[in-house]
Ligand binder design. Sequence first.
Ligand SMILES: NC(=O)c1ccc[n+]([C@@H]2O[C@H](COP(=O)([O-])OP(=O)(O)OC[C@H]3O[C@@H](n4cnc5c(N)ncnc54)[C@H](O)[C@@H]3O)[C@@H](O)[C@H]2O)c1
Length: 349
Amino acid sequence: MSYRGALIGCGFFAQNHMHAWADLPGARIVAVCDLDPAKAARFGETFGAQPFTDPAAMLAEIQPDFTDIATTVASHRALVELAASHSRAVICQKPYAETYADGAAMVAACQRASVPLLVHENFRWQLPFRRLKAELDSGIVGRPTFLRLAFRHAFDIYAGQPYLAEVQDLALSDVGLHLFDVARFLCGDVVRITCETRRLNPRVKGEDSFVALLRHADGATSSVECSFFSPVAPDPFPQTLAWLECTDGIMEVDTGYRLRIHRDGQVTESSVEPDVPAWGEKPWHGVQDSVRAFQAHVVAVLDGEAEPQPSGAHNLETLALALAAAKSARSGETQAIARPPSTSEGVSR
Ligand SMILES: NC(=O)c1ccc[n+]([C@@H]2O[C@H](COP(=O)([O-])OP(=O)(O)OC[C@H]3O[C@@H](n4cnc5c(N)ncnc54)[C@H](O)[C@@H]3O)[C@@H](O)[C@H]2O)c1
């Protein structure tokens, strides 16, 4: 059984989606769509799919098992609402929504249609984080007490994604959402957040760095750092470094995908470097492998063997965290996460 998929948005990152789908025996992309006819035609030709320029026409004709939305955020709500009525599962890239109201409407549309909504939060599917979670679940290091996540680099992300230079809450909305999802994945739900943001690169419009302090429901704290203007040598991009203290040990993920586990006065070291896919290359392999792992999970969801990780409803609360972080940075005040933020608020773009 191979599920028939349709992809919307034939841009920079969707190439990873297409290659990873081609690797998976359980799914194949039969149709692709982009408003730009040249991009749709190029993807169609490269990956052997029928090209379209109108998402509604494509979905009405193809009636796919799943729709994979890889466009930028402004189009997500309309496309998720459309796809919910034409497919058995909907996948949406992050940032999932610009406002809490849009995100809630997307969750509601998929609930009304009884189709699962998955958010392409591939960071939690990166091999180092899957391994940290497996070690936590095994119980050998006990419960988390402190997490530090650091995504700091000076790689020119604007060459491949020029639109990022115009985004207001850049670091929070681009990578902050991924990091907050990882913090929730490892340490559970968050009850309050404090955040500082800064614009460091004079060439970009928005704040390209932040530091956030998260208090988790069970008492653990997380320090989450992100900077797109930190010239480190060698540059760890696109790796996220992690330090996770637990009641019975410490786990750290260092540059070069080194995992160290400190327990009982001893440290053991191993590699958590993923293979480079046949279609991939370094330094992107950590990301490319995570896309493949996430999409294999989508097939498991379609098979009825897994629950969405993360679902739209779960990611709505991660969006709430990013909105609260932006509010904290503007107001200088800690934000409680007990209630969703006002539906009129959004991460500025
Ligand atoms: N998960 C990750 O690690 C990761 C990495 C990079 C980008 N992203 C996300 O992927 C998304 C796409 O980013 P990108 O850099 O590939 O953008 P991009 O601009 O290169 O590609 C988006 C494409 O979508 C098309 N499009 C826009 N609206 C459309 C619509 N209504 N119907 C059909 N086509 C439409 C555009 O013409 C464009 O070709 C963004 O939300 C971005 O944040 C995620």
